[in-house]
Design a protein around this ligand. Structure first.
Ligand code: ADP
Length: 555
């Protein structure tokens, strides 16, 4: 191995020691590539030495097992190549010893010490006669490398040498640690950079593949960036949109509202979801549901095409409206049928009375008293007909809940009067057991009568086909324990099957061909509005059913 020593001993001017250490410190402080700094330290050390010396620094890898990045400016490249990658554990030379034992190794005379036979193979050809190797420690006491000095005659370090070595080993430690920190920082930066790139790629992918309309706009609403979904969904290209506000795309009816949303965003408020219609390139309008948020001078918005669900919603509400209309028509026809049915009886009475009256007046001599009496009956029947109409209208009207103190017996009597013709016609025998001690209740008279009327009508309907027993109908009021009142309607009709019992009070449950199935449903809601209860039960030990409601007195 050739010892190259660029610049001869004589030609290299020796600097003052203070100057030298100052320069070494500055070089280390300035940083730069580790090799350059370490080589500078070696050179300076060589310059400082009284005797001819070659200084080498052997940094270790992070886990202190292998030498790497050797700095040996006084030796040729082959030395570096031989040393880099050498395992500390081989213990072939003083540096390996110094690194593994953490002790300075001083070999004053290589030739005289049999321990260093292997090292002599390297040292002898170069004329190296003595070698010192000092571990370079980090602040934490870890070995960062070794600092080696090769002399060309047998030699022990002088106290000056020791001080210089300590000083330069310290400088080398700083340089190696700084280099490691820089490498770690570089690795970290690279990882961060890779992460940022990956995230950007991911965002870009979301941006590109998202089916939602994504847009970045300025606070003035001018489009700065749009994703490909705009082309897929609405048929507009970037060129159509960028640099313009979206006003021209908006349905005229949505412009003002959308402008207001944009103003809110420009003021830095997040918007709750809002919807508007955007025109597609084919002229059709798409319903878009937006979510947008401002960030500094940008607005980020995401819009989902909800045209289909809007259509479905519209269809649903159209169907709902149609259903409501049909129900109204059905209710109306039921009302008409009821009116016709209820009014028919007094009307035929009126006609019969009027005919009788005419006959009596036409008789010779005219039967004036008889005619007067039949005219009175005509008036009575006319009054009854108009009464029926008034009550049926009340039954179907949607008037407000009007509370008043009332006697439930009176209310029941009025309904019974309304029905008496009907009952007679259908051969129904009605018994009324109305309690004398019934307390006054507070309630809506018309609505409670509506309930009673519904219970009586159902009872009559339930007995329409009964032929093998009397069609007995009982209406009963009683004072309840506590302070309530109870009204019961008991019939001898078809009774209640378990299935009917389950569904009786459901809206639109009916077993009648012309039934609507809302009577009991409405009745229950009326009773509940009176803080009461409506229930049904099969009669015990006899056919038919009993329907009862109870309401608190004076509620
Ligand atoms: P609808 O107009 O169909 O009679 P309701 O809600 O008043 O509507 O009654 C619902 C159903 O409850 C009836 O169709 C019938 O099947 C049953 N129901 C009501 N009252 C009685 C009763 N007294 N006896 C037997 N079944 C009854």
């Amino acid at each position: 191995m050739d010892v190259s020593y660029p610049g001869s001993e004589a030609s290299r001017p020796r600097r003052a020691r203070q100057e030298t250490t100052q320069a070494a410190a500055e070089t280390v402080a300035e940083g730069g590539p580790l090799a350059g700094v370490l080589e500078f330290l070696c050179r300076t050390m060589e310059d400082e030495s009284v005797d001819r010396v070659i200084a080498c620094i052997h940094p270790l890898n992070e886990d202190a097992t292998v030498f790497c990045d050797t700095a040996a400016p006084g030796l040729d490249r082959s030395y570096r190549e031989a040393t880099d990658g050498m395992l500390v554990s081989t213990l072939t030379g003083p540096c390996c010893y110094a690194a593994s034992t953490r002790q300075t190794v001083v070999v004053p005379d290589v030739a005289a010490d049999p321990k260093w036979v292997k090292f002599r193979a390297f040292a002898d050809p170069l004329g190296i006669r003595s070698c010192w190797s000092t571990p370079i420690f980090s602040n934490e006491g870890n070995v960062l490398g070794t600092f080696a000095h090769y002399y060309f005659e047998p030699r022990d370090p002088s106290p000056r040498d020791e001080r210089m070595i300590e000083l330069f080993a310290r400088a080398a430690a700083v340089a190696i640690e700084r280099s490691r920190a820089e490498a770690a920082l570089r690795a970290l930066n690279e990882t961060l950079e890779q992460r940022v790139q990956a995230e950007t790629r991911e965002r870009l992918q979301i941006w590109n593949v998202s089916q939602d309309l994504l847009v970045i706009a300025g606070l003035d609403g001018i489009c700065l960036n749009v994703n490909p979904a705009w082309t897929v969904t609405l048929g507009w290209s970037e060129a159509d949109l960028l640099g313009k506000s979206s006003q021209w795309l908006l349905h005229p009816d949505d412009r003002e509202r959308s402008r207001a949303e944009l103003d809110q965003l420009a003021k830095g408020h997040k918007t709750v979801r809002f919807e508007n219609r955007l025109r597609a390139s084919d002229g059709s309008y798409h319903w878009i549901s937006w979510k947008a948020a401002p960030d500094r001078d940008r607005i980020y918005a995401m819009g989902r095409d909800i045209t289909e669900s809007k259509r479905a919603q519209d269809a649903l509400s159209r169907a709902g409206a149609e259903l409501a209309r049909v129900s109204r028509v059905t209710a109306l026809s039921a009302l008409t049928a009821s009116i016709a049915h209820e009014v028919n009886q007094p009307l035929s009475g009126i006609i019969t009375n009027a005919e009788t009256c005419l006959r009596m007046l036409d008789a010779t001599p005219p039967n004036v008293d008889g005619a007067r009496e039949t005219a009175r009956r005509t008036i009575r029947d006319g009054g009854r007909a108009s009464d029926v109409i008034a009550r049926l209208r009340a039954l179907f009207s949607k008037r407000e809940f009007a509370l008043e103190p009332l006697d439930l017996n009176d209310a029941a009597r009025e309904v019974i009067a309304l029905f008496s013709n009907d009952f007679q016609r259908n051969r129904i025998r009605l018994h009324a057991e109305l309690a004398d001690d019934l307390p006054t209740v507070t309630g809506d008279r018309i609505q409670l009568q509506q309930v009673i009327l519904n219970l009586l009508r159902n009872a009559a309907d339930a007995m329409i086909d009964v032929a093998d027993r009397p069609r007995e109908l009982l209406i009963k009021t009683e004072r309840e324990s506590g302070d309530g009142v109870r009204l019961t309607v008991r019939d001898a009709g078809v009774g209640l099957s378990p299935q009917t019992l389950d569904s009786l009070f459901d809206a639109f449950y009916t077993t009648k061909s012309g039934g609507m199935g809302i009577g009991l449903f409405i009745s229950r809601s009326i009773i509940e509005r009176h803080h009461g209860r409506l229930w049904a039960e099969p009669n015990e030990g006899m056919p038919g059913a009993s329907f009862s409601f109870s309401i608190p007195a004076g509620n």
